[in-house]
Design a protein around this ligand. Structure first.
Ligand code: MLT
Length: 312
């Protein structure tokens, strides 16, 4: 009977589905790398979220491992090349947490432009700072969306429903833009210079360098707000710190950091920034969907020899 290790916290539905379909499951979370190295030999399949770092060292120690599943979209915690070299399939669950991530993105935009965290904090302290809390509205604003994958597409849809003008910067968008006549296809320069809100839903540059550095920030409108719910390395955090300290842009909201968990960050305690601990996909609904998807994909793999959502 194939043995599966679930090494990150996820909805119990994953282990139920796996067991009900004849797979043996162990759930062991918060393992240190050395602990994982000691036990990985025993397993045919490994399911992770983002906490477990499936490094080359760990992959090279495996002998039975056939498949690594990511309950989520990003696979940057898995060494894909090392997995490929050992013929290990890596799969994810695209779409499973799209809506959760898009809603968190829009929530951050609202929180920032209506100063909700600050208003909450000062009201709790009895300060009644009504005059300082004037915000602005989303209707009529220009949002620039970087990337037109599942999340970028959903953010565009919600933004459009809220009355914003939507521009997209994405090479993929150019091939499908006839289906999205409400959205403007934009180049990098224009989207940076003209957006009131910039929201990142793309990958970093090919050399892994940040898309948003001081060079780009200097071109943004002074009242622009920058949102990142994708990956921390899309923005140069020191440049963003400088920009916020010097009020080059109005504000930023980030759910992701270049180093996670973010115990320290140059961005801590700046005003005009809202930070959340990579929770965009953490909703009851999304976590059930991604757990179900990855478990069903594993059952298909082991019981029907069917590979779904492989990225290797
Ligand atoms: C993802 O890649 O699916 C998201 O970042 C969500 C997550 O891992 O928590």
């Amino acid at each position: 009977m194939p043995k599966i290790l679930i090494s990150d916290a996820m909805d119990n539905i994953a282990s139920e589905i796996l067991s009900n379909n004849g797979l043996e499951v162990d759930t062991k979370t918060n393992l240190q790398p050395d602990e994982l190295k000691k036990i990985i030999l025993n397993y045919d399949g490994l399911i992770v979220r983002s906490a477990t770092k499936v490094t080359k060292d760990i992959i090279n120690l495996t002998s039975n491992l056939q498949i690594i599943g990511r309950a989520g979209a990003g696979v940057d915690n898995i060494d894909i090349e090392a997995a490929k070299n050992k013929n290990i399939v890596v799969m994810n669950t695209p779409g499973g947490n799209t809506n959760a991530t898009a809603e968190h993105t829009v929530g951050l935009i609202f929180a920032l432009i209506r100063k909700i965290p600050l208003a909450n904090d000062t009201t709790h302290r009895g300060l009644w700072e009504k005059k300082k809390m004037k915000g602005s509205e989303l209707k009529g604003k220009k949002i620039g969306i970087f990337g037109f994958g599942n999340v970028g597409k959903r953010v565009a849809e919600i933004s459009s429903a809220l009355g914003m003008s939507v521009s997209i910067y994405s090479s993929h968008f150019n091939s499908v833009k006839n289906n999205y006549k409400n959205y403007i296809s934009s180049d990098l320069d224009n989207i940076i210079k003209n957006s009131d809100i910039i929201s990142l839903h793309c990958k970093p540059n090919q050399d892994n360098s940040s898309i948003i550095t001081m060079n780009e920030i200097k071109l943004m409108k002074k009242n622009c707000i920058l949102i990142n719910t994708a990956r921390g390395n899309l923005i140069n955090e020191n440049d963003l710190k400088n920009a916020l300290e010097n009020e080059l842009i109005q504000g930023a909201a980030l759910d992701v950091f270049s180093n996670e968990p973010a115990i320290e960050s140059p961005l801590f305690n700046l005003k005009n920034i809202i930070l959340t601990p990579h929770i965009a996909a953490s909703t009851d609904e999304a976590q059930i969907v991604v757990a179900e998807m990855i478990a069903n994909q594993f059952c298909d793999y082991f019981n029907k020899n069917n590979i779904i959502n492989s990225i290797t």
